[in-house]
Design a protein around this ligand. Structure first.
Ligand SMILES: [Mg+2]
Length: 278
């Protein structure tokens, strides 16, 4: 793609579950036309998910994407290590990728969730309480994928069983410990001060150093994507089984897809390219 002042260098940040991946089947077939189009134009597609680095590495390879990615709700940022290029400041080399840690270490999150459970007397079940078989049962992932999902670094997914009280108590118990809770498509997530938006911001400055005119777009379906959507010039909310009345006030300029999941992603990415590249 020629780069000049008129043609922007588009960078796409995207959530996975319920956005680029179908909520139930986890496949992205319906998004393939737009995905292939972006690859041909060398438009970076930055996967940003609550999934682990291990899970995302596998998906990224399967999709044929060579770009940086954001794992565990912005806790981890991984960049391909390119020979001769300098590592991003503060990054360490892990399995041929530069890794930046922006989140609270997993061990601290697990201890905090146990304390919160005792304090509230609720039945709270986190990934750290589950074997891969149970993770597979609650997520619908196969056993191998469930093992990768259990390799957590910066984010503890959990759900509430019967008998949970006012959700505010839960959020406050986390805040008192300097931690945050966000709601994804399937689970609540306990994590530190990281979010997808902050990680997207870092990556955007990284791209701006190399390209004269960067245009950022983001695609997501859940409240844990809102920070990222607010961070970009072209935010898109992908339709899901939930409604977010008043979302336009929370995310100015947000566009809503008509179709759910990867089908909505496909249409909205093609719209973005048609609108901004012609
Ligand atoms: Mg999602």
């Amino acid at each position: 793609m020629p780069e000049d002042r008129e043609t922007p260098f588009i960078v796409i940040f995207t959530d996975l579950d319920g956005t680029l991946l179908d909520h139930a089947s986890y496949n992205w077939r319906a998004a393939e036309p737009a995905l292939e189009h972006c690859k041909r134009l060398n438009i970076p597609i930055i996967l940003a998910s609550s999934k682990t680095r291990a899970e995302m590495g596998v998906l990224r390879n399967a999709m044929g994407l060579q770009y940086p990615f954001i794992s565990e709700n912005g806790g981890g940022l991984s960049f391909p290590a390119v020979n001769g290029e300098k590592a991003p400041p503060g990054a360490s080399l892990v399995e041929n990728m530069w890794q930046l840690s922006l989140g609270t270490p997993y061990g601290q999150l697990v201890s905090a969730l146990r304390e919160i459970r005792e304090e509230l007397g609720w039945s709270i079940r986190g990934f750290s309480d589950m074997q891969p078989e149970e993770i597979s049962h609650v997520t619908g992932l196969d056993l191998d994928a469930s093992r990768l999902a259990a390799e957590r670094e910066f984010d503890e997914p959990f759900f509430l069983e019967k008998g949970a009280g006012e959700k505010d108590l839960l959020y406050r118990a986390a805040r008192r410990r300097g931690l945050n809770i966000t709601q994804g498509g399937r689970f609540y997530h306990l994590h530190g001060d990281n979010d997808k938006g902050e990680a997207a911001k870092r990556l955007t400055s990284w791209y701006r150093e190399a390209h004269p005119r960067v245009l950022t777009a983001a695609f997501g379906d859940s409240p844990n994507d809102f920070g990222m959507l607010k961070q970009v010039e072209y935010p898109v909310l992908i339709r899901s089984f939930r409604d977010f009345p008043g979302i336009e006030a929370v995310i100015p300029g947000v566009r809503l897809s008509r179709e759910k999941g990867p089908k909505g992603w496909n249409t909205m990415v093609l719209n973005l390219l048609a609108e901004k590249l012609n």
